[in-house]
Design a protein around this ligand. Structure first.
Ligand code: SF4
Length: 260
């Protein structure tokens, strides 16, 4: 049997989405064995973790995970062209990259462009800012999730709510209506933080009504699921507005004038 030289729990945070839930990792002889949430922490879901976070060990020890520098050896580029990556040491990578970065900084830092995604805690300033401070460059290109979800969600959130993100005010909300959303039920920003807030709101008595053709995760736990015809969301919302404004006359007229 192998000697146990080390048996420690290390407090850190999950880096698999930007909820950044507080976790502790059980490490034995240098090998991460188990991940647990941290009860009582306000970072994340007060001890709860999602399956993605709990499966981090599979990512960490995935034999296909890229954790070494690769150098492209085929200068020819194009669809279907093999880049012919070759594995190099970190020393060789630094020897190759550092002189080039120094040269660029001396010439014109704007030639340097940083590329990163949103689904990691470094987005965007955590990594970009230190590099940009060092190099004085201003280029930042956020790809992946930043383009796919952000282009839809953030401008609308900004226009309607004056907010980057869109999360119901779960601490005070008494009646939440979702259209094709499942915030707090395993998706959206700060997934597990929102999940805890929804759970607390429901325990407080908040009612949840979900309009969705599919009985999604939120609908399955809602007080009421309304299985509308796909694409009928806008018609339903306009009908509701019609009743509120024209039939009941209970609209807060100042709100749309001043705050939307
Ligand atoms: S919500 Fe899940 S993936 Fe995101 S930080 Fe928390 S445990 Fe990790």
């Amino acid at each position: 049997m192998q000697d146990i030289r080390e048996d420690v729990w290390i407090h850190t945070m999950c880096a698999r989405c930007y909820a950044e839930c507080a976790i502790r990792v059980h490490r034995v002889n240098g090998v991460a064995m188990e991940i647990q949430g941290v009860s009582g922490s306000t970072q994340g879901a007060d001890g709860g973790l999602c399956p993605k976070g709990l499966s981090s060990l599979q990512v960490l020890y995935d034999p296909n995970r890229l954790n070494v520098p690769l150098r492209r050896t085929n200068p020819e580029k194009g669809i279907g062209v093999d880049p012919k990556w070759e594995e190099i040491s970190w020393e060789d990578a630094y020897d190759e990259i550092v002189p080039r970065m120094k040269k660029i900084i001396e010439e014109d830092p704007r030639k340097l462009n940083y590329m990163g995604g949103t689904a990691h805690p470094g987005y965007p300033t955590g990594i970009a800012d230190p590099i940009s401070v060092l190099g004085g460059f201003s280029g930042l290109f956020a790809l992946g999730l930043g383009l796919h979800c952000g282009n839809a969600a953030h401008p609308i959130g900004g226009l309607i709510h004056g907010s980057w993100s869109i999360v119901p005010d779960f601490k005070y909300c008494n009646y939440a209506i979702y259209f094709g959303a499942s915030k707090g039920h395993g998706s959206g920003h700060s997934a597990m933080t929102a999940a805890r807030m929804v759970a607390d709101a429901k325990a407080r008595g908040m009612k949840l009504v979900v309009f969705d053709p599919m009985c999604n995760f939120a609908a399955g736990k809602a007080n009421e699921w309304v299985p509308i015809i796909p694409g009928a969301d806008v018609a339903v919302v306009l009908a509701m507005c019609n009743v509120i404004v024209n039939d009941l006359g209970i609209v807060d007229e100042e709100f749309p004038k001043l705050k939307t």
